[in-house]
Ligand binder design. Structure first.
Ligand code: DQA
Length: 145
C-alpha cells in the first residue's frame, strides 16, 4: 500500500509558527512520525510540501496512478482553493483532510473547507497527532473489504 502525505503552505515553519496554535512539533518531527507509523502499519509513505498552489496541483496529478490514497493538510488552501478541490476530484484518490488546529473553533473564514465534502474523513485539533490519526484512518479505510 502506498500513501502520499501532502503539506500545504506555511507548514515548513511549524515549530516556529504560532506555536500556541499549531504546537511545538517541527515538520521534520511530524514527517518522521508518519514514516515510522506507515512502516508499522505496512504502508509506504511518501511526503511532499509546497507553498505553491500550482505545485500542489501538479503533484496531485502525478500521484494519480501511483498511490492508493492521500493524507493532506491543505493549510490555507483549504478555505480558498477550488483548483485543489477539482484536482483531488480529478485524481479520484481517497483522501483524509487533516489540520493541526481545530479550524471550527477559530476565525469564521476557517470554518469552510472546499475539500472536506469529498474526503473519506477529516481530523483536526490534535496537533501532530491529527496527521497520525489521519494516516491510521486512511489505512483502515483502504484495508476494509
Ligand atoms: C491549518 C489550519 C488552516 O486554517 C491554516 O491556514 C493553516 C494550518 C492547520 O493545520 O491547523 O495554515 O491547516
Amino acid at each position: 500500500m502506498k500513501i502520499a502525505v501532502i503539506h500545504g503552505p506555511n507548514l515548513r515553519l511549524l515549530g516556529r509558527r504560532e506555536p500556541e496554535v499549531y504546537g511545538s512539533a517541527t515538520l521534520e518531527e511530524i514527517d518522521d512520525a508518519l514514516l515510522e507509523l506507515g512502516e508499522e502499519l505496512g504502508a509506504a509513505v511518501e511526503i511532499f510540501q509546497s507553498n505553491s498552489e500550482g505545485q500542489l496541483l501538479d503533484h496531485v496529478e502525478e500521484l494519480m496512478d501511483r498511490v492508493d490514497g492521500i493524507v493532506i493538510n491543505p493549510a490555507a488552501y483549504t478555505h480558498t482553493s477550488v483548483a485543489l478541490r477539482d484536482g483531488l476530484a480529478a485524481a479520484g484518490l481517497p483522501f483524509v483532510e487533516v489540520h493541526l488546529s481545530n479550524t471550527s473553533a477559530r476565525e469564521r473564514f476557517r470554518k469552510h473547507s472546499y475539500l472536506a465534502p469529498m474526503a473519506v474523513g477529516t481530523v483536526q485539533g490534535f496537533g501532530k497527532e491529527s496527521y497520525l490519526l489521519g494516516l491510521r484512518g486512511l489505512i483502515a479505510h483502504l484495508k476494509r473489504p
